[in-house]
Unconditional design. Structure first.
Length: 418
């Protein structure tokens, strides 16, 4: 390894050791943390099942950066490239529309075999897989309702799709020996103020109950539900609100998914983690960056990211939390977006692990708020960058911005040639 990286690391290690932090131990723990990379950043949420039909149903991508993946082969090629620049072993999060098949198959008819290409690839690359039914970009989702639709036929279509999705998720978990989280998000809601807020929620509850009827092996499969405050076309009312899913998940033993962009602009998911995990076994996160609204910008090293990481570390919640990413920026290189967001997530966790948590808790307990504030602020400029560089070098991935050259070469040679 490069001498400068090593000596900076050793200096940093000594500094942290003065506060009782064993940096080598931190890095050993960091290597076990898996981030679930959302496949949909790679192609602007287009998928392969209904090519060129576009994205609709409450979410949107802006930007036309060239070179996005158009086939399962290209998407896997890009994911491999991104993963080669991210330290550690991770998971890939698929959506149903990313089926790898030549068959003309609708969402309700999907089977595990339509994803065999992904399973084989995940095995070869030592990756886990997560899954999501796709309840948007489909003619049956066009009027803004899916599982809570008033028409029983449309509702049934989506129920069948979700049942199929759970079987696919369970197959992933069984094949890969690592549980798959299958997360349900649906866009259902009204643009304008509704009269009846209750009826769609009753229909959604009943649909979910039917979907979850089939028992899945918990060692292979975890069910999660994702709430939202508002969406495009559902500005005034969302059926699957936070309160709805809190109640649903708690009463049915399901996992709650918190997406950073799905709350009021000043409402932070970091502050919700400790409450939820007091009453549920697990938590799923969709780490995103909402700029003024649910804009799904690439995750940066901002205060909220650091606070999410701190909550997970300080509460010892890492074992019970599945960290997924959820952003889609079509205005920058698609591979770079994954690399930036995932490296930031890991780096934030590392920074949180480099804080003397027990000491800070002690100060707080003794009401020494002056020291608490002083130390938290000082630790912000401790040399975590040196530790990160060493971690990257040790993991055989590019150090600092070296990865950018790799992406620039890759886009010239591969992505722009598409
Ligand atoms: C939408 C949700 C959901 C989607 C993905 C594509 O607001 O955040 O998680 O982003 O399923
Ligand atoms: Zn999400």
């Amino acid at each position: 390894m490069n001498q400068a990286i090593e000596s900076s690391y050793n200096e940093a290690r000594q500094l942290y050791a003065q506060h009782g932090i064993d940096v080598d131990e931190v890095l050993r723990k960091l290597i076990d943390i898996k981030i679930s990379l959302h496949c949909w950043q790679g192609d602007d949420v287009q998928g392969f099942l209904f090519q060129d039909k576009g994205l609709s149903g409450g979410i949107a991508v802006t930007g036309k950066y060239p070179g996005r993946a158009r086939t399962p082969y290209e998407l896997r090629q890009d994911l491999e490239k991104a993963l080669s620049m991210i330290p550690g072993k991770h998971k890939v999060n698929l959506h149903a529309i990313y089926a790898d098949t030549d068959e003309q198959v609708d969402l309700s008819e999907l089977e595990p075999r339509h994803f065999q290409g992904w399973v084989d690839w995940a095995k070869q690359n030592g990756l886990g897989l997560d899954f999501n039914p796709t309840m948007f970009s489909h003619p049956k989702a066009e009027d803004g309702f899916t599982l809570s639709h008033a028409d029983p036929e449309i509702r049934q279509f989506w129920i069948e799709h979700c049942k199929a999705s759970r079987r696919i998720g369970a197959y992933f978990g069984e094949q890969l020996g690592e549980p798959c989280v299958t997360n349900l998000w649906l866009p259902d809601g009204y643009k304008d103020t509704p009269v009846d807020r209750l009826a769609p929620r009753i229909r959604l509850r009943d649909a979910l109950d039917e979907i979850f009827q089939e028992e899945m092996n918990a060692a292979h499969h975890i069910d999660a539900v994702e709430s939202k405050l508002f969406g495009i076309g559902s500005e005034s009312y969302v059926v699957g609100s936070h309160e709805f899913y809190m109640g649903y998940a708690m009463s049915r033993g399901k996992t709650i998914c918190l997406d950073s962009g799905h709350f009021h602009p000043t409402e932070m998911i970091s502050s919700k983690i400790s409450s939820i995990l007091m009453f549920t076994d697990r938590l799923l996160l969709h780490v995103s960056r909402p700029v003024r609204w649910d804009s799904d910008h690439v995750v940066t090293m901002d205060d909220e990211l650091l606070d999410i990481a701190r909550e997970l570390v300080r509460g010892h919640f890492l074992d019970r939390t599945h960290i997924g990413l959820d952003f889609f920026d079509g205005s920058i290189n698609h591979v770079a977006a994954w690399v930036i967001g995932t490296r930031n997530m890991l780096k934030a966790l590392m920074r949180a692990m480099l804080e003397p948590v027990e000491l800070l808790k002690e100060l707080e307990l003794h009401r020494d708020y002056t020291s608490r504030l002083a130390l938290v602020e000082e630790y912000k400029s401790y040399p975590f960058g040196a530790v990160w560089d060493y971690y990257c070098a040790q993991g055989g991935v590019p150090v600092r911005e070296e990865w950018l050259q790799v992406v620039k070469r890759y886009e010239q040679e591969v992505m722009f040639a598409r």
